[in-house]
Design a protein around this ligand. Sequence first.
Ligand SMILES: [Mg+2]
Length: 109
Amino acid sequence: MNITVDSYQSYLAERYGAWGTEQDMFMKLVEEIGEVAEVLNKRAGRKISDETNLSEQLGTELADLLHYVVAIAAINDIDLTSIILKKDRAASAKYHHSVCLEEYLSDHK
Ligand SMILES: [Mg+2]
């Protein structure tokens, strides 16, 4: 199953739209950033770990991070897909990339 930014955003808008606040979502986002940092520290040996699958744990924490990023956009009715494409187009031009995301997606349909 594939997830699009649009569909994930719609889902989270339904989940949080009635009661979620950007301040609450941002605090959760910061909390999740700390959890990603903790896993990265374990992977680098800077923190003791008895976890057996740190890659899976990293994926779980990155998914949590993404959840709150998309949720903040969702409750503010921000068209994240459009902004991602616009930002990538500008960065691709600025840094002279050979292909921007929009072109990449067109070539890989
Ligand atoms: Mg987490």
